[in-house]
Design a protein around this ligand. Structure first.
Ligand code: ADP
Length: 497
């Protein structure tokens, strides 16, 4: 008893909550979608109240389904969509603007201006990030500059900024705690990775007043108590991490060289580098990894823009499959892709190519090419993009990982996972519990509450569901990789500048 942990998993399109038992098994799940707001092309917002209400409803559902009250919880953990930016009034808790979501491009010009001032090398050194509108700093400044009177109130200390974790904790604690964790802070362009504190020079460069910023804590620490009226009785919030870092933790990747890849719309690949802060020249990000203690830990992060989205394109764009799951059956109906190569550079290419002008293409068509070849080549493209990122990551970190742990919606595709193992030439392991993001938040909080004595217990508890071993002969693999590399070269710079 009293060993259950509630994990809140606040995502981009829905809020989820899962109650885990002492063995790390889910015993109650709640999920509520909420509204996406697109005020203009390239702008994406959420109503902060929607974020909160959907999360609260999910938490109450999860508790009800687990058949417990909040009083029976050992603790609460929080994980969240990262970078999304909120600003609210400290006195009333009222947001002064909608949340600006990570995908929002409205501050692209502010980033260009930042670069033009020659500040990007400083940013890279201090924060491990590239200058991009994706991160929070320029979004904070945009709100302060566009809501009448906001900048002056911010300077007076009347406003609070938060990423989604901070907002949820503020609400959960009845407006008493204004805190964030290091992993979320590392996505703002304001966290100095050396000091693990806000960086004065970057605050000045992005025009973010100190008075709006939350206190930064390690991922396992006391973030406050939920106010009794919220869930029926109070529970301590003891673990917080951004979604990708939580997934790395939920995959029990605690050591340097351990890596996970999440196959969703895009892919998020994280390689643990331990206490070492590796700086990459290939556009990978250095990010804070969640740890059980207050010693800072790091990871390299690479993202692939189009992964599962390429399968959606097969379904909705080409109409050659009826469901995403059908991609497996259709691809398996041929032995290989028959020389067909699909490069899904629909929105350009990310790491390690970084070409915003690249566009997608299908190569190697012959009279014998069928939809099955195209579908199979699309699955291969997801695995091959992952290979490209793994190679630059390992080169930057000087580490080789033995196996890749996988999760996300497309990781259920066994054929894709087999192809992934074949091109990486190493094991690909899918855990039994694929809710790794929520599980990571639960693990962090549970460590704080003593539900689990330490990382060894979690390592033992983590259970492989299915493991894929490389099977493809070397020459087949070489041919696949060579063709892929040739195709990628040909799509670069396609779109007129
Ligand atoms: P996100 O969190 O980015 O919305 P999810 O983790 O929910 O993504 O995964 C959804 C993605 O996975 C979609 O892009 C979908 O096309 C893809 N997907 C779902 N099932 C399969 C499958 N069986 N095979 C390949 N791709 C799949």
């Amino acid at each position: 008893m009293d060993r259950r942990v509630l994990a809140l998993d606040q995502g981009t399109t829905s809020s989820r909550a899962i109650v885990f038992d002492g063995a790390g098994r889910p015993v109650g799940v709640g999920q509520h979608e909420f509204r996406q707001i697109f005020p203009r092309p390239g702008w994406v917002e959420h109503d902060p109240e929607d974020i909160w209400q959907s999360q609260l409803a999910a938490a109450r559902d999860a508790l009800a389904l687990a058949g417990i009250t909040a009083g029976e919880l050992a603790c609460v953990g929080v994980t969240n969509q990262r970078e999304t930016t909120l600003v609210w009034e400290r006195a009333t808790g009222r947001p002064i603007h909608n949340a600006i979501v990570w995908q929002d491009r409205r501050t692209a010009a502010a980033i260009d201006a930042f670069r033009a001032r020659g500040l990007e090398p400083l940013l890279r050194r201090r924060t491990g990030l590239v200058a991009d509108a994706y991160f929070s700093a320029t979004k904070i400044a945009w709100i302060l500059d566009n809501v009448p009177g906001a900048r002056a109130s911010a300077e007076r200390g009347d406003l609070a900024f938060g990423t989604v974790d901070t907002w949820l904790i503020w609400k959960l604690t009845g407006g008493t705690m204004h805190v964030t964790d290091r992993t979320n802070a590392s996505r703002t362009m304001l966290l100095n990775l050396e000091t693990m504190d806000w960086d004065r020079d970057l605050m000045a460069a992005f025009r973010v007043p100190a008075a709006v910023l939350p206190l930064i804590q390690p991922s396992v620490s006391r973030f406050g108590e939920t106010a009794p009226e919220i869930l029926g009785s109070s529970a301590p919030i003891l673990g917080v991490a951004g979604d990708q870092q939580a997934a790395l933790f939920g995959q029990a990747c605690f050591e340097p060289g351990m890596a996970k890849n999440t196959y969703g719309t895009g892919c998020f690949l994280l390689l643990h580098t331990g206490a070492r802060r590796v700086v990459s020249e290939s556009g990978l990000l250095t990010t804070v990894a969640a740890g059980a203690t207050s010693s800072p830990l790091f990871a390299l992060e690479g993202s692939i823009f189009v992964a599962g989205a390429a399968v959606q394109w097969l379904r909705d764009g080409l109409g050659v499959i009826a469901t995403a799951a059908e991609s497996e059956e259709v691809a398996a109906s041929v032995l290989d892709s028959g020389g067909v190569v699909v490069v899904p550079a629909f929105v350009g290419l990310g790491a390690p190519h970084w070409d915003m002008y690249a566009r997608g293409a299908i190569f190697g068509l012959t009279r014998g090419a069928t939809r099955a070849h195209v579908v199979r080549a699309t699955l291969e493209s997801i695995a091959l993009q992952t290979l490209d990122v793994v190679e630059v990551m390992e080169a930057a970190a000087g580490l080789t990982h033995r196996e890749l742990r996988v999760d996300g919606g497309a990781a259920v595709n066994d054929l894709l996972m087999q192809i992934q193992s074949d091109v990486l030439r190493r094991a690909v392991v899918r855990p039994r519990i694929t809710e790794t993001t929520a599980l990571g938040a639960a693990y962090l909080a549970g460590l704080g509450a003593g539900v689990w004595p330490g990382l060894d217990t979690l390592t033992e508890q983590w259970e492989a569901g299915r493991s894929f071993q490389p099977r493809l002969a070397d020459d087949g693999r070489e041919r696949l990789v060579r063709r892929w590399r040739r195709a990628v070269e040909r799509v670069k710079g396609w779109e007129d500048m």
